[in-house]
Design a protein around this ligand. Structure first.
Ligand SMILES: Cc1cc2nc3c(=O)[nH]c(=O)nc-3n(C[C@H](O)[C@H](O)[C@H](O)COP(=O)(O)O)c2cc1C
Length: 209
C-alpha cells in the first residue's frame, strides 16, 4: 500500500511538472502564433558579444541549417568558411590592421566583436549566387537565434578585405575555390545586449488588388 501511494505521488509530481512546463511555454509563445514566427521576429543584429565562443557541435547544426536554404537549381552556389578559432581570427584582424594603418581600429571593428565569423563566397559563374548566399546567411542567423546564439550579417568586412590588395593573405587563408568571390559575413556568438527592433516601413509592402 505504501509503495502504491509513493508511486501515485511520483506520477502526480511528474504530471504537475509537465503541466507547468506546458503552461510556461504557452505563455512564452503567446506573443506570436508559433515558434518559427517568434524566432524570426525576435532576431536582432547583435553588435556586443560575450567573450565565450559557440560550441563546434552547435555551429555544425547551424551550418547544416545554412546549407539547407533554398537555392537556385540546387547549385548551392556558395562556399562557407567558419572561423571559430580565436587565433585564426586574430591573424585575420592583424592583417587588416596592418593593411589599414591609422584606420586599423575601424577596419577590425567591422567584425563587431563576434567570436565566430562565417565567411561566405559566391560562385561568379551563376547570376543568382548572391541571392543563394543571402538565403544561406538568413538560415544561419535564424537557426542560431532558435538555439540562443546571437548573430549579425556583415557587408563591411567584404569591402575592407576585397578592396585592399594588402588583405589578399586573408583570402588565401580562407581558401575559397577559383571562380568564387567573398561576398558576405555572418558573425555569431552569445549576445551581450538586447537591442530593440528597428522600425520597418510597412508601406513598402502593397497588396495588388
Ligand atoms: C547585406 C547586409 C549587410 C550588413 N552589413 C552590416 C555591417 O557591415 N555592419 C553592421 O553593423 N551591420 C550590418 N548589417 C546589419 C543591418 O544593419 C541590420 O540587419 C539592420 O539595421 C536591421 O536591424 P536588425 O537586423 O536588428 O533587424 C547588414 C545587414 C545586411 C542584410
Amino acid at each position: 500500500m505504501k509503495k502504491i501511494k509513493l508511486l501515485l505521488a511520483v506520477v502526480c509530481v511528474v504530471a504537475l511538472a509537465a503541466c507547468c512546463t506546458k503552461t510556461e511555454k504557452t505563455e512564452e509563445t503567446m506573443k506570436y502564433e508559433n515558434e518559427t514566427i517568434e524566432t524570426i521576429m525576435e532576431r536582432r543584429s547583435i553588435r556586443k558579444y560575450k567573450p565565450e565562443t559557440v560550441a563546434r557541435e552547435t555551429l555544425e547544426k547551424i551550418m547544416e541549417c545554412g546549407i539547407n536554404a533554398p537555392n537556385g537549381q540546387n547549385k548551392q552556389s556558395w562556399e562557407v568558411r567558419v572561423v571559430d578559432n580565436p587565433v585564426v581570427m586574430d591573424e585575420i584582424k592583424a592583417v587588416m590592421a596592418e593593411a589599414y594603418g591609422d584606420k586599423a581600429e575601424m577596419a577590425v571593428g567591422c567584425f563587431r566583436g563576434a567570436p565566430v565569423m562565417v565567411f561566405i563566397a559566391r560562385d561568379l559563374n551563376y547570376d543568382f549566387s548572391a541571392y543563394d548566399c543571402g538565403l544561406l546567411a538568413e538560415n544561419i542567423m535564424l537557426s542560431a537565434q532558435s538555439l540562443g546564439v546571437g548573430s549579425i550579417c556583415l557587408g563591411s568586412p567584404v569591402r575592407f578585405i576585397n578592396d585592399n590588395p594588402a588583405c589578399a593573405p586573408i583570402l588565401e587563408r580562407l581558401g575559397f575555390s577559383e571562380g568564387y568571390e567573398f561576398c558576405l559575413c555572418v558573425g555569431l556568438g552569445y549576445a551581450d545586449e538586447a537591442p530593440e527592433a528597428k522600425p520597418r516601413m510597412k508601406e513598402k509592402v502593397k497588396f495588388v488588388e
